[in-house]
Structure formats: C-alpha cells, structure tokens
Design a protein around this ligand. Structure first.
Ligand SMILES: Cc1cc2nc3c(=O)[nH]c(=O)nc-3n(C[C@H](O)[C@H](O)[C@H](O)COP(=O)(O)O)c2cc1C
Length: 321
C-alpha cells in the first residue's frame, strides 16, 4: 500500500485499523522494535528501571565490557559544547567477572534484547570477553566497539583500519553464533571501507556512528576542558555526520545498518531510517530525558500508522532522491 492510499478512504468512513510491524531482523536475532539505547549512555539497563518501562525497548546496548575492570580516565571527562557533548570516559566498567556476576542476572530476566558492547586493548581481549559471556549465557548479541582501543601488534586504532576491523570481526565470529554487530568509527576518510571489512569478515550488522574526535578549550583558564584534552563528540551536532555515514554504508553493504548519533526525537530517528538504517540507538539524549528512546519509538510507530508503512524495513525505500 502506498503513502497516498490512506487519503483515499471515502469521507466519513471509519479508517481501517492499521498495525505496523515494528520488528527488525539482525542476523539470527529479531528485535521487537528498532529502537535501542546506545552503549555508555544507559549503564547496564537496571540503572534506569525506576524511570521507564525498560521492556518496551527493542534493545539495550550495554556499557562496554572489558576483560579487566577499568576506572576510566581522570576528570573532568565530560564537557558541554554547542549542540553536543564531549566525553573522555575511557571505557570505565567493572570488568568481565563482575559483569557476569552482578549485571547479567538482571539482564537475563528482561524482555528487551541485550546487546553486550565489547572493548579491549588487544584482539585476544575481545575474544575472551565474548567466550566467557557465551559460557555464562543469557545475552542476545554483541556489539564490538572497535573505535577506541589499540592492538598489541600495530598500535593502530582498530576501527580506522579495515584490515584490523576484519581481524577482530573474524576472531569474534569464531567465538559466537549470536548476532554480531561491529560499531564503526566516523574518524576515517571513507567509512564504507571499514563497513565492507566487517561484512566480509562475518558481521551480521554494523552500527554507525561512534563519537567524532573533538576538543574544547576554556579561554579564561587557557586549559582544555577535558583532562585528556581531546574526547568524543556526541549529541545533535553529530547527527548529519551519522545520517551521511548510514546513507553511504547502506549502499555499500547488504547487512543491516544500525544508525545512531544525535537522535533525540522520532523525526531524528526517521532521518536515519529513511537514509538506510534498519534500526536506531538513542544515546546522549537519554541524559536530558531518560524516556527519550521510548518517545522515539512511539513517534516512529505513529508515523508508520499515519503513512501506512507496514514494516520498518520499508521506510528506507521511501527516501526520494
Ligand atoms: C558518556 C558516553 C559514554 C560512551 N561509552 C561508549 C562505550 O562504552 N562503547 C561504545 O561503543 N560507545 C560509547 N559511547 C558512544 C555512544 O554509544 C554513541 O555512539 C555516541 O554517543 C553517538 O550517539 P549519541 O549522539 O546519540 O550519543 C559513549 C558515549 C557517551 C556520550
């Protein structure tokens, strides 16, 4: 049924009931709906349980899990900028053992899909995190954060080198049959190259984008606002970069693309879906409004009803170019 068919009902007739199918397939995994909360902005889910109906979310992408506990970087590690936020949290997390012991039981009891964000300083770290969580059981998918760390051998950031993206994806692919998402960095010349490397190495989907490198200076003190000097820019300023990345990636690979970066409203999410995304994540917006992701979901559903779009996957076909 086309976009204009809704307007053809005879005057006075009751509109026919129309219930869009919100489900989304990511490799072997089905999400009940396309909206998730982004890694690092929603803890491990339970932190927000008193504030919203967590189970209405399609997925929770957890804070990064690394082999060892990490305290993260020195403060200040957050700075507000016009239309965005800089962070240099540094993958602070309780580590693999504490994640399995303290966080996993509550995640297992939830109806939303749990996607564990995995990070490491070396390729073996990624494999170990996934192997041990696989042995413990109870998660639905993994999202590899290849945007921060370095490898033992080359010392080059994983996420900016397609060959390294391929290595880590292949290695983790051997460790799990669950859905494997590779989260791409926008700090590259052509993000399609890392997306293609992830696809060719067995990823079920890519998510785009992680933060852009940014810096802010306090002109009164003449000091960088972050102790680490540079950090990652997130929030509305990132959205056009993310939408362009999703647009280009979705035309370069066949696997699903999960779009994120600066989504705060349903219209923001629809930009991503029209540009080629199959699902979306809400990140920084959650800090201002913990219920942002659920509002985004309601708005997408309302838009689909209004425009008589049957499936989320149909939205990308509606972009007029
Ligand atoms: C405070 C903070 C912590 C983050 N931690 C992680 C992380 O652990 N792993 C990861 O892959 N991305 C992390 N991110 C990146 C977000 O998941 C997301 O890619 C980025 O913020 C862009 O989306 P947004 O503009 O909606 O926030 C973090 C972002 C912020 C703001």
């Amino acid at each position: 049924m086309g976009l204009n068919d809704a307007t053809r009902a005879p005057v006075g007739a009751a509109p026919e009931p129309f219930a869009p199918d919100l489900s989304v397939r990511i490799g072997p995994l089905t999400l009940a709906n396309p909206v998730g909360v982004a890694s690092g902005t929603f803890g491990y889910g339970e932190e927000y349980a008193a504030l919203l109906d967590l189970d209405a979310l399609g997925a929770v992408y957890t804070k990064a899990v690394t082999v060892e506990p990490r305290a993260g970087n020195p403060a200040p590690r957050l700075a507000e900028t016009p239309c965005g936020m800089l962070n240099s949290i540094g993958l602070a997390n309780p580590g693999l053992v504490a994640f399995i012991r303290d966080k996993l039981p509550a995640l297992r009891a939830r109806r939303f899909r749990t996607v564990v964000n995995v990070a490491g300083a070396a390729l073996d770290d990624y494999v170990r995190v996934v192997e041990e969580i696989e042995a413990a059981g109870g998660v639905d998918a993994y999202e590899l954060n290849v945007s921060c760390p370095n490898v033992k051998s080359g010392g080059m950031a994983f996420g900016t080198d397609p060959a390294l993206v391929a290595l880590v994806t292949e290695a983790v692919r051997r460790a799990t049959k669950r859905a494997l998402v590779v989260k791409l960095s926008p700090n590259v010349t052509d993000i399609r190259e890392t997306a293609r490397a992830a696809e060719a190495s067995g990823a079920d989907a890519v998510s785009a984008i992680n933060t852009l490198v940014g810096m802010a200076v306090d002109v009164k003190t003449r000091r960088p606002r972050l102790a680490m000097k540079t950090g990652g820019l997130s929030g509305p300023a990132l959205r056009p970069v993310g939408v362009a990345a999703v647009y280009r990636i979705s035309r370069a690979v066949k696997i699903p693309v999960i779009g994120l970066g600066g989504i705060a409203t349903a219209d923001d999410a629809l930009e991503y879906l029209l540009a080629g995304a199959d699902a979306v994540q809400v990140g920084t917006a959650t800090f201002a409004d913990p219920g942002a992701a659920l509002r985004v979901l309601e708005g997408i559903e309302a838009w689909m009803r209004q425009n008589r779009v049957a499936r989320v996957a149909d939205i990308k076909g509606l972009l007029i170019e």
